[in-house]
Design a protein around this ligand. Structure first.
Ligand code: ADP
Length: 322
């Protein structure tokens, strides 16, 4: 308004008028974007604060410093383990004692909420037992260096995650650069996903999902699960844990995986959690969990003949197949 007044009064010309209006416009734009950035910056600082607080929480699980180099054949022992989740009243695991010998394949069965996944989480040192001990070859797992200890385990959890990277990176992770394609293909073959990946234009270098690559592939639930299993096979760790490994697989794929189980895990110590009891026949020992306790333990044949719970569960499932 002031500039228009100035033009009408003939104090400034049209050229000056355009210049001043432009300058004012630019100034107000810069000022408003400066303020917006300032507000965003303050907002981001609040997120950063939370992250800094999170980083400052000391880890209670990283005390040990023992290396694991000499551990190839692994036996696992749970000794009178009690555990309850933080802020929970009831014990989720009560007096759990079990020994898994070198190279043994243990199947864990039981109803939902019986404590099967919690058992695996304790073995993975995601939590610590409240009472009792977990031993690997007779050594308390808390004595091991945490990162070293992770090298012992290849775990496929029920809620595994795939990343928007290539198939190869999803299998080998940080070692993807040095990983041999043959080893990756071998893991894919053992998990039954090789043909699917081979048929893709870029093979093992195809991206998963389309977030970063328009030509990325969307895997089905079962295919994703096979990829997660391939990841565990590739890691070739001395302990393999599969939590509901075949929940999303079709019956053929499930049969294929289980009948080749011994091949897949070779001489490693393995733990499977499964609701399909047919899979237990492929394992050396079965532990039946009920309300946080191991109520029955033995081989499939022993339990079918002499147990109560396992026999009931076996019969309940078998009636749909016979
Ligand atoms: P399962 O694998 O046999 O189905 P879980 O080990 O997952 O059973 O769970 C055992 C019990 O622990 C359940 O009652 C469940 O509600 C409880 N639980 C599992 N995870 C947590 C958690 N993070 N916090 C508190 N309670 C939990």
């Amino acid at each position: 308004g002031y500039m228009v007044y100035k033009v009408l009064m003939r104090t400034i010309g049209i050229g000056d008028f355009t210049m001043y209006v432009n300058a004012t416009y630019n100034f107000s734009n810069s000022l408003s974007s400066f303020l917006t950035t300032f507000v965003e910056f303050r907002q981001m600082c609040r997120y950063l604060d939370l992250y800094i607080q999170f980083e400052q929480i000391p880890s209670r699980y990283r005390d040990g410093n023992r290396a694991v180099k000499d551990l190839n054949e692994i036996s696992i022992e749970f000794k009178n383990v009690y555990f309850r989740y933080p802020r929970s009243q009831d014990y989720v695991l009560k007096n759990v004692s079990i020994k898994i010998d070198k190279g043994e394949k243990l199947s864990i069965v039981g109803q939902n909420g019986a404590g099967k996944t919690t058992f695996v989480k304790l073995l993975c040192r995601l939590y610590e037992p409240e009472k009792g001990q977990i031993l690997i070859n007779g050594i308390d797992i808390r004595e091991f260096d945490y990162d070293e200890y992770m090298k012992l385990l290849a775990v496929v959890f029920q809620d595994f995650k795939l990343f928007s990277f290539t198939v190869k990176e999803n299998i080998a992770f940080d070692s993807a650069n040095g990983a041999s394609d043959e080893k990756i293909e071998d893991a894919l073959r053992k998990a039954g996903l090789y043909d699917k990946v081979q048929a893709l234009e870029k093979g093992i270098n195809t991206s998963i999902y389309k977030n970063f690559d328009e030509k990325g592939v969307e895997l089905s639930g079962g295919e994703g699960q096979k990829l997660a299993i391939a990841r565990a096979i590739h890691k070739d760790a001395p302990i393999i844990v599969l939590d509901e490994p075949t929940a999303a697989l079709d019956p053929y794929a499930e049969y294929e995986i289980y009948s080749r189980l011994n091949d897949l895990v070779s001489g490693n110590t393995a733990i499977y959690i499964s609701h399909r009891l047919s899979s237990c026949r492929f394992c050396d020992k079965i532990a039946v969990f009920d309300k946080g306790e191991i109520v029955e333990y033995g081989s499939h044949d022993e339990l079918v003949d002499n147990s109560k719970k396992y026999r009931e569960m076996w019969k309940a499932q078998a009636q749909y197949y016979i």
